[in-house]
Design a protein around this ligand. Sequence first.
Ligand SMILES: [Zn+2]
Length: 298
Amino acid sequence: MLLVVTKQCSHLSDNLRFDRYTIQVGAMKPIPQNLGVICLYDGAGVENFDTRQIGEYLGQWFGPDCVQIRSEFVRHHLRSHGRMDEQTLESRARDICKARIEDPANPLEKREPNPEQLVQERKWLLQGVVNREVFYDGLALQRTYLELLVGEETSLEFVHIVFTNRLIGTWDQSDRRYHARVSVYGWPSVISTTGVVEAPARPREYYFGFMAGLDERQLREELAGRFIDYGDPRLTDLLKGYTMQAVFYHLLGDPFCDNPDCRLFNAHWQEQMIRAQLGPGGEFCSKHQKLLKELADK
Ligand SMILES: [Zn+2]
């Protein structure tokens, strides 16, 4: 069980000092002053998403030596520790099954996975192909990933960012249901390519047209460009900003910005997301541009 407590100092850009502690099994460690290694896990396996390009983008900011591209997270860690045996695979598949959301209107309950789901998850772990229609509790999934980190990889100098096409969500207490998310930041951070399509809301005209019985294909054509669909050629560029949010979360405990033209903007609508990530306003607001440069120069 990992609990991350963050408390932001008032003069962020003056000295980059933050009171942030990770409490893990009773130990407290201050955040490192320098960025160590950003590990990107190439597990999405979808069209038009290139983890290598994301790595090059981060390399331009932090230096290429700071970035490692790895294979899908679970397979990478099981293989690197020689644990691709039947028993371990079964155990990992079981944990991932338990993170499945059966009903978005009910919080996750402890339960034993059914045998069919278990076979499915085990197969997906081995082959890396995942059905994007299965919905997972993002925090529960993150916990199963965390258990695979051992040794020096648990050091805060490692930033682990998992790309997946699993659809992830988090429970919202205010309306008591799960909501799909693009990302869940933490240790490791999880970014979902399916979430990009499914989580931020599409333009209102889409829903009005759909409710009025208009043809969905026609609606998609009419609103082309105003939302991200599966296979969208903009996917990699768009996720560069989300990856940077994960790095900001890791380093500073705050991944977001209020400026709608900054890549750190927390978009709830597809059009907001496209504007923040790909719009004409540039990549980052002046505050975050400056902060990023300071972080990169350290
Ligand atoms: Zn900003």
